[in-house]
Every structure is written in structure tokens, then in C-alpha cells.
Design a protein around this ligand. Structure first.
Ligand SMILES: *[C@@H]1O[C@H](CO)[C@@H](O)[C@H](O)[C@H]1NC(C)=O
Length: 285
């Protein structure tokens, strides 16, 4: 009886440890002179911004494809003028990049979730959204599923954007350059909030954003080769693998729901911006 009780007490503890991960293992703080911290034995990472500086971190690994989840809790209260960026990027002048950027706002006014995809140095593929919850009240999961056929951005498991491989019609797709995860919190009050009208209120500083529960099923790039060993439980062939994952019927429905109700900007419908014609990938759906 006594041993059963202690075993039952121990079990939830072990489960928690297994899920908490250690952000120290996966990330390095790269700038901000002490404004970025990894806390609670690697369970929590915080970035902060004050008038003198922002801060940032990056992943130790480079990835070539992956399904990458992170929970973020954004700067609460009056976050106008601040931008929290969370993205994947390769190096060089013809880089690839997959972006989430969270544009802060006055208390009670909605953040904008800004997304973009760069391939071989070319971006201009912005889509922006409001969220269906307050992203400062709690942690929410922001995911990037990147495989050779498509990139899917998801929030709490709901797909908000799909960028398909359109190489067949001449659009480069990120698939040859390994990318690192980067994140930073900085002041962008020249453009971020209502196009730069609302400035950062420095009396509210320091501004803080928090990260936890990083999870990557990914191919890790090391000395010129990609290894997907960590994903051995999700085979590289078969329908269960993220490497060949696509949206199912429910995913398509959810994506439509978000795009109908929460999308506030789509480069693919901005005919004023592209008088010569919309980018080719916009014509395939
Ligand atoms: C901030 O709130 C205003 C007013 O509701 C809104 O127009 C704007 O899209 C919101 N977000 C940002 C980042 O400006």
C-alpha cells in the first residue's frame, strides 16, 4: 500500500520532467546583455526590451525540414511599438526564411500576427492575422511544419497559412539551405503599431515575452549532412510522417475559417501592389 502511494505520487512528476525539456540544450542567448534569460532549469526563456536594448536567442542546431513547436506568451499590457520575432532563417545573400512576427498594440487592442516566407533571398509574401484569443494572457503554441512539399504555419494546432512548393511553375522553395531558429524582442515603433502612429511607451519598460515547451521533430544539419534520427518514431515514409504531411479535410476547413475571419492582409489579393500581376504561386490554391 505504502509503495503504491509513493509510486502514484512519483508518476506525475516524471511525466512533467519528460515534457518540460531543457531550453539550455537547444538555444543560446545571443544578444541583449543580460536582458534574455533561461530560467527554472531550462523550462522558461524570457526576452526583454528597454529603452537601451532589446534581446534575442538562437537555436544551437541548424535544421533542414522539421515540425517545430514553441509556446509563446507575448508582452502584456501596452506593448505598442514592440515586435517579437520568431523565425527560421538560413545565411547568405540568397537566404531562406520562415517568419512569425508579433506586432504589439495598446492595452486591449489586437496584436497583429505577421507571417512571411523568403526563398533564395526573395520575400514579399506577407500574410497578417488577428488572433482568436489574447496572446498575452497565456502561452499558446506556434508551429512551423516545413517539409519538401509545403510549409504550414499553425497556432494551437489550427493551420493559419500554407505555402506550397511551386517549383513546377518556377517559384523557388526553401529546401536546400539549413535554417536556424531565431527570436528577438525589439523596438519598431517607426512601423509596428498602426503603421507607426502609436509609439512605444517607455514608462512601461521593461517589456517581456516568454517561451517554453520547445519541441522539434526535425532533421538536424551537421557537417554537410542532414540527419532525421530524432524522428525515427515517425518514419520517413508512411502517412504518419511530418516529412510528407499535408492538410487533411479538417485542416483545410480550419485554415479557411482562419483566413475568412482573422486574416487582415494577404499579398496574394493585393493587386495594387502587384500591378504587373500577382506572384505566380498565388494562382494555385
Ligand atoms: C492595433 O489596434 C488598432 C485599433 O484596433 C488596429 O487597427 C491595429 O490593426 C492593431 N494592431 C497593430 C499592430 O497595429
Amino acid at each position: 500500500m505504502a509503495s503504491t502511494v509513493s509510486y502514484m505520487l512519483l508518476l506525475p512528476l516524471l511525466v512533467m520532467v519528460a515534457f518540460a525539456g531543457d531550453l539550455n540544450k537547444d538555444f543560446d542567448i545571443t544578444w541583449g546583455d543580460g536582458r534574455s534569460k533561461i530560467l527554472n532549469h531550462g523550462e522558461l526563456l524570457t526576452l526583454s526590451l528597454d529603452k537601451a536594448s532589446g534581446s534575442g536567442f538562437q537555436s544551437k542546431n541548424e535544421y533542414l525540414f522539421g515540425k517545430i513547436d514553441m509556446q509563446l506568451k507575448l508582452v502584456p499590457g501596452n506593448s505598442a511599438g514592440t515586435v517579437t520575432a520568431y523565425y527560421l532563417s538560413s545565411k547568405g545573400s540568397t537566404w531562406d526564411e520562415i517568419d512569425y512576427e508579433f506586432l504589439g498594440n495598446l492595452s486591449g487592442d489586437p496584436y497583429i500576427l505577421h507571417t512571411n516566407v523568403f526563398s533564395q533571398g526573395k520575400g514579399d509574401r506577407e500574410q497578417q492575422f488577428y488572433l482568436w484569443f489574447d496572446p498575452t494572457a497565456d502561452f499558446h503554441t506556434y508551429s512551423i511544419m516545413w517539409n519538401p512539399q509545403r510549409i504550414i504555419f499553425s497556432v494551437d494546432g489550427t493551420p493559419i497559412r500554407e505555402f506550397k512548393n511551386s517549383e513546377a511553375i518556377g517559384v523557388p522553395f526553401p529546401k536546400n539551405q539549413p535554417m536556424r531558429i531565431y527570436s528577438s524582442l525589439w523596438n519598431a515603433d517607426d512601423w509596428a503599431t498602426r503603421g507607426g502612429l502609436v509609439k512605444t511607451d517607455w514608462t512601461q519598460a521593461p517589456f517581456t515575452a516568454s517561451y517554453r515547451n520547445f519541441n522539434a521533430e526535425a532533421c538536424i544539419w551537421s557537417s554537410g549532412a542532414s540527419s532525421c534520427a530524432k524522428t525515427s518514431s515517425t518514419p520517413t515514409s508512411g502517412s504518419g510522417s511530418w516529412l510528407s504531411q499535408e492538410l487533411d479535410a479538417t485542416g483545410h476547413q480550419r485554415l479557411k475559417w482562419v483566413q475568412k475571419n482573422y486574416m487582415i492582409y494577404n499579398y496574394c489579393t493585393d493587386t495594387k501592389r502587384f500591378p504587373q500581376g500577382l506572384p505566380p504561386e498565388c494562382n494555385i490554391s
